[in-house]
Design a protein around this ligand. Structure first.
Ligand SMILES: *Cc1c(COP(=O)(O)O)cnc(C)c1O
Length: 418
């Protein structure tokens, strides 16, 4: 890769960067490309850049840590960029979609319909019909969906493939976002699943399994293992009420990534061991079931950066402000306004001044007329000036598509897969 006179590649120091991106001279490298060159190639800031080699590496790492036979699904709402979905479709076993719009992207990406599943509350009748026509698995979240699916199935002369998404009577401990347990808009409460399964059979729908999703952004392997065990045991109990065997058991995901100081990367080895033990039990208890793990953020989050250029540098009563051409309108999550209870800084650096050099405390703000437009609050950063490139790490998931791009009428950002 390097000619004799290129300086050696080294890892960025942990205090200023997540170390998955290497640094050469002062430039962060995105799949080997120096950030300054990449910015010139993209032709505008702000942009999101996703690193193919990191995406491939993450899938490979999961494959080696989890037992054979576990199906990995990509929950594409984390990053629906068509090029990313296309890459992921070739690496994982299936794609999980949450709308008919995502379904189109997944099919365009070449995902096999047999391995696409469609979950989400409030599926419109037209979306359910599209799912039947597309031969994809519908994770039913409400009894209302059943007759709609049956009608579409009759009209089209195609089977309606269904799994039941269960709202379990437990939650995933220590999750950033809880999506199961207690009253929820997601899934069907455990206690009404038997009646629903009866209806599935009466309507002649093709029952294929269960989907349990207890929560997301969890960094504690023990909590994930506990949720998987409880989900498995619940599925075994519920399977007694089904008239056909369970073929898919989607045990959810919830694997988190570190964003903030002190957070440690998730330890996959106990999760692998736990799943192997459950597979062993399933040989007897659910012999036809394949386990599915569905992940969004864990696949893509660490592989992406958000890049925005400094357009002004101001000092207000001693405090340095780096004002950039992008902010919460492109990256709501990094501003702390996407489900964070207490605002914390995402990992940020100056991508063309990485490595040793002068440092100072500075805040990074966007151009919007609201104090919420804050990307870094008084962080220790390489000293930066107008024209430099601010990089926000851990930005591959819930970035552009989860942000209010039109708010205040600034130009939209672009995305590149490198
Ligand atoms: C959002 C969602 C996911 C992905 O969550 P991550 O935290 O990004 O892994 C997976 N499954 C379902 C049902 C979801 O709603």
């Amino acid at each position: 890769m390097s000619s004799p006179d290129t300086p050696p590649v080294r890892r960025a120091p942990a205090h200023e960067a997540m170390n998955q991106f290497a640094v050469r001279e002062h430039d962060l490298l995105v799949n080997g490309q120096p950030l300054s060159h990449l910015a010139a190639r993209v032709g505008q800031t702000p942009f999101f850049a996703y690193d193919r080699s990191l995406l491939r590496g993450r899938v490979a790492e999961l494959r080696s840590a989890l037992p054979k036979g576990i199906k990995l699904h990509y929950a594409m709402k984390a990053n629906p960029m068509p090029a990313v979905v296309g890459l992921m479709a070739g690496l994982v076993d299936g794609i999980d979609v949450a709308s008919a719009g995502e379904l189109q992207v997944a099919l365009d990406a070449g995902a096999h319909p047999a391995e696409i599943s469609f979950a989400g509350p409030g599926k419109r009748d037209a979306e359910l019909r599209q799912a039947v026509a597309g031969h994809v698995l519908v994770n039913v979240e409400s009894a209302r969906e059943l007759p709609v699916l049956a009608r579409a199935s009759q009209e089209l002369g195609l089977p309606a493939r269904v799994a039941v998404r269960v709202n379990p009577d437990f939650e995933l401990k220590g999750s950033g976002m809880k999506m199961g347990g207690g009253p929820k808009q997601f899934g069907v409460d455990t206690e009404v699943v038997p009646a629903l399964l009866k209806q599935v059979a009466e309507l002649g729908l093709a029952f294929e399994g269960f989907h349990l999703f207890a929560g997301s952004q969890n960094l504690r392997a023990e909590s994930i293992c506990e949720a998987q065990l409880k989900s498995y045991e619940l599925a075994v109990r519920l399977a007694e009420h089904a008239r056909s065997p369970v073929r898919f058991l989607n045990l959810g995901g919830g694997f988190g990534i570190p964003y903030f100081p002190g957070e440690q990367r998730l330890d996959l080895s106990p999760i692998g061991a736990n799943l192997a033990a459950l597979q062993e039990r399933a040989l007897r208890e659910l012999p036809e079931a394949a386990f599915v793990i569905e992940l969004g953020r864990y696949f893509v989050g660490e592989a992406g950066i958000y890049v925005t250029r400094i357009v002004d540098r101001k000092v207000s009563r001693g405090q340095v402000y780096l004002v950039t051409d992008g902010g919460l309108n492109h990256h709501l999550a990094a501003s702390g306004n996407f489900g964070q209870v207490v605002r914390k800084n995402y990992p940020v650096t100056i991508g063309n001044r990485a490595g040793p050099g002068e440092r100072e405390q500075a805040s990074v703000v966007g151009p919007l007329c609201t104090p919420l437009d804050l990307l870094a609050d008084r962080m220790d950063l390489p000293q930066a000036d107008i024209g430099d490139l601010v990089v926000v790490f851990q930005s591959g998931a819930y970035g552009r598509s989860a942000s209010p791009q039109d708010f205040l009428g600034h130009p939209h950002c672009v995305e590149v897969l490198v």
